[in-house]
Design a protein around this ligand. Sequence first.
Ligand SMILES: [Zn+2]
Ligand SMILES: [Zn+2]
Length: 121
Amino acid sequence: MGERFIFTRYRTTCYHCGKDADQIIKAVRSQAQVVCDNCGATRIFVPRTLDVGAKGLYTRIGCYDLWELTAEAAPCRNCGVTGPHDLAIGCNHFTVRCQNCGYTHFFKFNLEYVGKCPIET
Ligand SMILES: [Zn+2]
Ligand SMILES: [Zn+2]
């Protein structure tokens, strides 16, 4: 860890507390997480084997709205460019795609809890 990759936030209605609150989104190579700034509800995602060529699979709508965001200035480890990355976050998946080269990280939903986040990024 220690490598900061994605760090952004998205304001929406929290699925857990029902409040309009910032959802803090972080990702490193080994893990991704979404944390409600209001109630601390946390979802953890872990890396999944790359599905090369399975385009569209990762944009499938999950159990609630898919969030499509852009994170500014994230370092791509494939092309080496620090630039915008597309994020797609659903209830079962979390993907990060470099806008420069298209390199995509896939994460799948792993666990959920409410509380303090133990992960340092
Ligand atoms: Zn919440
Ligand atoms: Zn790239």
